[in-house]
Design a protein around this ligand. Structure first.
Ligand code: GLU
Length: 373
């Protein structure tokens, strides 16, 4: 399966971690960017569409500004990102130009994808770039992104980009060789896990995604990214980016890294967007009957099945649905504001009309806008 997916992959997103292209002391390392560019160009000339998500702006900006420590306040961090991003892009531009490849800079914030229209617009722009044979070099727009609109980390951004362009494979290049049974820096007997067929609780625990033991070399966000990719039907390969030539060779069958298989059941792009791009603005607690109707019978959520409403949301916002144990079982776009839902929760359709007047919708969340988790 692994070999076939990699050999057949038409579209690939390559995520490059900061430590591969920049270091705290020396700043940007253009020679590393040249090596990575030659590997990426090899994938491209092999007939694949390639998109790059590269970190490294902040670290190279810090060095360029002559700062001795990582900036603590947000404006300084954002200034460092602005200074570093242009240097980062300049290095990619030069490296790819000497290989006869055209590149483009694309900077995104979470907000750009959280609106379905803007999401579609970004999708069309990237498709046009790919159509021109260009390699988009993408980063978070750190200079303007504050917490509410941040992706947070580039592993997550890369997963969102992979979904945006429907990539067959996301390759996460880092300074660790993949997912290990335990933290390889702390335990020398840790072994590499070559294949993950399903991201189980055990896999998340090994990656440090839950707090049972410490993270395995920053693996938690990589496994979260792989999970998002698997859900739309893509595969993820987490591997070392330090060995020149390794990246193109894995697409020809060489063994390296941890390969995470796509899921059999695929979410449509819209449902994937609801489940993994949107952030929830509130919670709806459901009774057992509603949980059963949603999970087993594929029904919409009616106000009558809601027992409690929390958060401050408007009609059209994303909310989480929880069962009686408080576990999140679904996510969806709600048809009513929090205020209205508080008044009509638990009520039948006829009673709703008496309470708040005739409503455009009967369902609190329509099935088409609902994803079971
Ligand atoms: N966007 C950040 C940068 O380019 C890196 C964020 C990350 O690597 O997760 O410096």
């Amino acid at each position: 399966m692994r070999d076939r997916v990699l050999k057949d992959a038409k579209r690939v997103v390559v995520k490059i971690g900061s430590s591969l292209v920049a270091s705290r002391g020396a700043g940007l390392r253009p020679e590393r960017i040249e090596q990575l560019a030659s590997d990426i160009a090899a994938l491209k000339t092999g007939g694949r569409d390639v998109l790059v998500v590269s970190s490294g702006a902040i670290v190279s900006g810090i060095q360029k500004l002559g700062l001795t420590a990582y900036p603590k306040n947000l404006p300084e961090k954002q200034a460092a990102a602005a200074v570093g991003q242009s240097r980062l892009m300049w290095a990619y531009e030069k490296a790819f130009e000497s290989l006869g490849q055209k590149v483009a800079q694309v900077l995104l914030t979470h907000q750009d994808l959280a609106d379905r229209k803007r999401f579609m617009n970004a999708r069309h722009t990237l498709a046009a770039l790919i159509g021109f044979g260009v390699i988009p070099i993408i980063n978070e727009n750190d200079t303007v992104a504050v917490d509410e609109i941040r992706f947070g980390d580039n592993d997550n951004l890369a997963a969102q980009v992979a979904h945006l362009v429907d990539a067959d494979v996301l390759v996460i290049l880092s300074d660790v060789a993949g997912l290990y049974t335990e933290d390889p820096r702390k335990n020398t007997s840790a072994t590499l896990i070559p294949l993950v067929t399903d991201i189980t609780k055990d896999i998340e625990r090994r990656a440090g995604a839950t707090d049972s033991f410490e993270g395995t070399g920053g693996m938690a966000t990589k496994i979260q990214a792989a999970k998002k990719v698997a859900e739309y039907g893509g595969a993820t390969l987490i591997m070392s980016g330090e060995q020149t030539g390794l990246l193109p060779s894995v697409f020809d069958g060489a063994e390296a890294g941890t390969f995470i298989l796509p899921k059999g059941r695929r979410l449509t792009s819209r449902k994937h967007w609801i489940a993994f791009t949107l952030r929830v603005k509130g919670q709806l607690a459901l009774d057992d009957g509603a949980v059963e109707a949603l999970v087993r019978r594929g029904k919409s959520l009616l106000p009558s099945g809601i027992t409690a409403v929390s958060g401050d949301f408007s009609a059209g916002d994303a909310v989480a649905c929880t069962n009686r144990q408080g576990k999140e079982i679904a996510k969806g776009l709600v048809n009513f504001s929090a205020d209205t839902l508080k008044r009509i929760k638990g009520l039948k359709t006829a009673e709703i009309q008496k309470t708040v007047g005739a409503q455009e919708y009967e369902e609190a969340i329509h099935r088409d806008n609902l994803v079971i988790l």
